[in-house]
Write a protein that binds this ligand. Sequence first.
Ligand SMILES: [Zn+2]
Length: 225
Amino acid sequence: MRIVPGIWKVDNIRGANSYLVVSKDTVLVVDTGMPGSARKIIDFLAGLGRKPNEVECIVLTHADIDHSGSTAELREMTGARVAIHIGDAPALSGERRLKEVKGALSPVFTLMSKIMKFRPVKPDLLLKEGDEIGGFRVVHTPGHTVGHICLYQPGDLLFAGDALRSDKKGNPIEMSKQMTLDIEGAWKSVRRIAGLEFDIFLPGHGAPVIHDASRKVRELLGNVS
Ligand SMILES: [Zn+2]
């Protein structure tokens, strides 16, 4: 699905949304879906007339399996570099549990990553707040995970990862608490996002928000606080 010129949401990916930023010379992939999605991403790219080796970088908003699951495979198929925030790098590379949440769900996530055959990846680029990657600014938004990031083009667009999601009509809504490592931190990050200006909001889960998106995020905050 084309969102705006140069930005696509890969169709029929299992898990979280996977997006492509396609420019004249390069392609950037934002999140890779569950394990087994790499072929779909490559086929979608071929449909746009672009080759696997044009993918320069795979940027992950965070290490959760539904966002990072096909990264190992996609890196092999494209030769692209893998970038993630330094705080989530140990989860991606297998040095830490893939999903650190408090309570009963934690072993469930560990089991799921085994069943889904998650392949750890050692990232090539470690991101931090304020870095620039592929024309986007890294905004560190911890809470959902330690090293969760959003990718921001001021005045224009925000890849939100799991800082927030959206409903079918394209309204931003809050993430489920069970999936969130640190609820307080997550809300602090939402308030941070609400202070940014963007027309388009592309979440990890749910429909793209294509107009007036930062106002809608501020409205959400007004409704819950
Ligand atoms: Zn997540």
